[in-house]
Design a protein around this ligand. Structure first.
Ligand SMILES: Nc1ncnc2c1ncn2[C@@H]1O[C@H](COP(=O)(O)OP(=O)(O)OP(=O)(O)O)[C@@H](O)[C@H]1O
Ligand SMILES: [Mg+2]
Length: 232
């Protein structure tokens, strides 16, 4: 399989007064196209920090992140924003929807910011909202939807422009186990259909099994990388 992400000697150090916090230490890994990778680890192990750096939302202190031949850790703010818009979708634990906008408008907004014309915007947004099972909730505002439905809107928003890589940070952290399973099935189903690469953060072994590959972090370092079938 083709390599899509390569991480070399990555460190993230936060300075808190005199103290240095090593959030990530000497991370080296490769992620291949169409893989579903889960990042597993206890609270504080560095999962979100790593995900944010891979997605270009944060800069590493040291080391390199290469995505599809581009060293994103060296790009300036303007180019990294453009790179993210073209290649990356991000799903957060909190849905981050705009409360005054409907489901359809929330999804359309991300395309509007990229200058996509009105008709294409609406067609693409409606299609993906149907795909996540919200065809009957297009005109509902966030407060008029359940948590699971709001997360589906944010999935639609992340996937509407067919990004090559999808990042998800504990996307089911606020949901019950049945809804969590439904949401994970929607995300993994869609990324497989669209031949995307998914990197999903979780602290839960059962959720990690949704991946083909599980990278376990411990105290900022990679503890091991396993095939998900090897998980107990
Ligand atoms: N902005 C920051 N400033 C200082 N320290 C930080 C900052 N962000 C994260 N850290 C520290 O880096 C470490 C890793 O944090 P991170 O948020 O990546 O953990 P996590 O694995 O995502 O945890 P959780 O499961 O609780 O979300 C922690 O020790 C945290 O306190
Ligand atoms: Mg986190």
């Amino acid at each position: 399989m083709k390599k899509i992400i390569e991480v070399k000697d990555l460190y993230k150090v936060y300075k808190m007064g005199e103290e240095k916090i090593y959030a990530l230490k000497n991370i080296n890994l490769e992620i291949h196209k169409n893989e579903i990778v889960t990042l597993l680890g206890a609270s504080g192990s560095g999962k979100s920090t790593l995900l944010n750096i891979l997605a270009g939302l944060e800069k590493p202190t040291k080391g390199k992140v290469n995505i599809g031949g581009i060293t994103i850790s060296s790009l300036n703010e303007k180019n990294i924003t453009k790179f993210r818009q073209l290649n990356i979708g991000f799903i957060f634990q909190s849905y981050n929807l705009i409360s005054s906008l409907t489901a359809l408008e929330n999804v359309e907004l991300s395309l509007m910011l990229k200058g996509v014309n009105k008709k294409v915007r609406k067609d693409k947004s409606m299609k993906i909202l149907y795909d996540v099972g919200l065809g009957k909730r297009l005109n509902h505002k966030p407060t008029e939807m359940s948590g699971g439905q709001q997360q589906r809107v944010s999935i639609a928003r992340a996937l509407v422009d067919n990004p090559k890589i999808v990042f998800a940070d504990e996307p089911t952290g606020n949901l019950d186990s049945k809804t969590s399973r439904e949401i994970l099935e929607i995300i993994t189903g869609l990324v497989q259909t669209h031949e995307q690469t998914l990197i999903l953060v979780t602290h839960d072994n059962n959720i990690a099994k949704f991946g083909n590959k599980v990278i376990t972090l411990n105290d900022g370092s990679v503890e091991n990388i396993k095939n998900s079938r090897e998980l107990i």
